[in-house]
Structure formats: structure tokens, C-alpha cells
Design a protein around this ligand. Structure first.
Ligand code: PGA
Length: 251
């Protein structure tokens, strides 16, 4: 059985001081009635503070980062390596978010290198794929997303797939308030899982978790989580508000 997984992607929001305040506020009313796995993915400057608070307060929330380089070390000004994240207690790493693909020219090839580097360094990737509105309207969304999947997973073993989370995030639904219908989101997640069956095996495909992301909020999460192939959510905006984040966890 796949354990549901709700992850908050804070994007470029919150200084480490704001992050500390957020977690203190969260700690007051935190409860997890669904028993789902929960992660927060703050910007790199807040990772250390967030880790310390989660540990001190004994909160069962995992730490994730939003990006990393695929090399171990070297002359890459401004970049952060897998080792550096690991040393901070990071467990999850978001890779290939559409904002990174759009604004920082990340290709499937780069995403693939980062996914490999994550596994080599014992980090668990949350690998994002998803189509633009133009592609959705052309009727080629499934083809496009499966092509991203195949290219991003090149050379990744079945053993690693069992530790992978895939986040299906249609670009047109991110930060727009416009959510894919639960049926559409589930259809794509099912298509992704079927492709994993053909690339790996039924057993492996049934273990890999697939999240939906794009304007997930307290009002739509339970319907999404009720779908057969949606195992969780990658949440941006709504993960920045304490009450909303708690409501999401208790979908
Ligand atoms: P959103 O962002 O929930 O604000 O739409 C989701 C994401 O980009 O991961």
C-alpha cells in the first residue's frame, strides 16, 4: 500500500526567521489524523533552522529542498550539491519543477542527471513533470508527459523507482487557482503508472508514489486524494498558510 504524501513547496518565500515563526505557529495546532507522510521544502537559507525546529519539537515532518546541482563539488558558483543537502538532514529533493524548467532552462537531460545524483546520495527525489496549456489544448498532453517521464528516468533502476515520488503538475494549474479536474488529474497519474509498468514492472509501478500538484487547497484536496492513482499532493501557495497546511494534511 502506498503511503499518502503531502509536501509543501515554499518556493522563494520565507526568510529563515519567518520559517521559524511559521513552524512555531504550526506546532501549536499541528495534528495529522490521516497518518500521511508530510514534508516541507523551504528555500536553502532556511533548511538548517527548519531542521532544528522539527527535531526540537519532535514533529514528524520531513525536510525537503527545492533544487540542487548534480555534481558533487567544484566550480559552480551559486550552486548547492547533494552532499551539502544531505549534511543538513534533507531527505527529499524536488527536481525538475516547471518553474526551473521555464526560468532556469532545465531540460529532461538535466533532470535525469539530478535524479541520478539524488539516488547516488541517498536523497529521495520528487520528480516533476507536466504539460503547458498549449499542449493540453492540442490534445497531446499524455504523450508529452510520458515522453518527459521516459527521458527523465533514463538509466534509473527499478530499485530506485521504489523510492521515487513523481509529481504530476500541469503548468496551467500552478499558482493560477485553476485545478485540473480530479478525473483529468487521475487519468494522467494512471497513464504515468501504466508507463512505469511497461518500463519496470507491475510491482514497482504499484510502489512508486504519484502526487498531483497545481492549486491544491483545502477545498479540493479530499476529492483529489480519493482518486485511485493520486497518492498525495505537492502544494505551493496553500502550504504557506498554517491553517491551510494543517487542513491539507487532514484531508
Ligand atoms: P501551487 O503550486 O499549489 O501554488 O499551484 C504548486 C507547485 O508549484 O508545486
Amino acid at each position: 500500500m502506498r503511503k499518502p504524501f503531502i509536501a509543501g513547496n515554499w518556493k522563494m518565500n520565507m526568510t529563515h526567521l519567518e520559517a521559524i515563526k511559521f513552524l512555531q505557529d504550526l506546532g501549536y495546532s499541528y495534528e495529522n489524523k490521516t497518518g500521511c507522510e508530510v514534508a516541507v521544502c523551504p528555500p536553502p537559507t532556511a533548511l538548517r533552522s527548519v531542521k532544528v525546529i522539527l527535531e526540537d519539537d519532535d514533529m514528524d515532518i520531513r525536510l525537503g529542498a527545492q533544487n540542487m546541482h548534480f555534481e558533487k563539488s567544484g566550480a559552480y558558483t551559486g550552486e548547492v550539491s547533494p552532499d551539502m543537502l544531505k549534511a543538513l538532514g534533507v531527505e527529499y529533493i524536488i527536481i525538475g519543477h516547471s518553474e526551473r524548467r521555464q526560468y532556469f532552462a532545465e531540460t529532461n537531460e538535466i533532470v535525469n542527471k539530478k535524479v541520478r545524483a539524488a539516488f547516488e546520495n541517498d536523497l529521495k527525489p520528487i520528480m516533476c513533470i507536466g504539460e503547458s496549456l498549449e499542449i493540453r489544448e492540442s490534445g497531446k498532453a499524455v504523450e508529452f508527459v510520458l515522453d518527459q517521464l521516459i527521458n527523465c528516468l533514463e538509466g534509473i533502476s527499478g530499485k530506485d523507482i521504489m523510492r521515487l515520488t513523481i509529481a504530476y503538475e500541469p503548468i496551467w494549474a500552478i499558482g493560477t487557482g485553476r485545478t485540473a479536474t480530479s478525473e483529468d488529474a487521475n487519468d494522467m497519474c494512471s497513464a504515468i503508472r501504466k508507463k512505469l509498468v511497461s518500463l519496470y514492472s507491475e510491482e514497482i509501478a504499484n510502489i512508486a508514489r504519484i502526487q498531483y500538484g497545481g492549486s491544491v487547497k483545502p477545498s479540493n484536496i479530499s476529492e483529489l486524494m480519493g482518486m485511485s492513482d493520486i497518492d498525495g499532493a505537492l502544494v505551493g501557495g496553500a502550504s504557506l498558510k498554517v491553517d491551510d497546511f494543517i487542513a491539507l494534511i487532514n484531508y
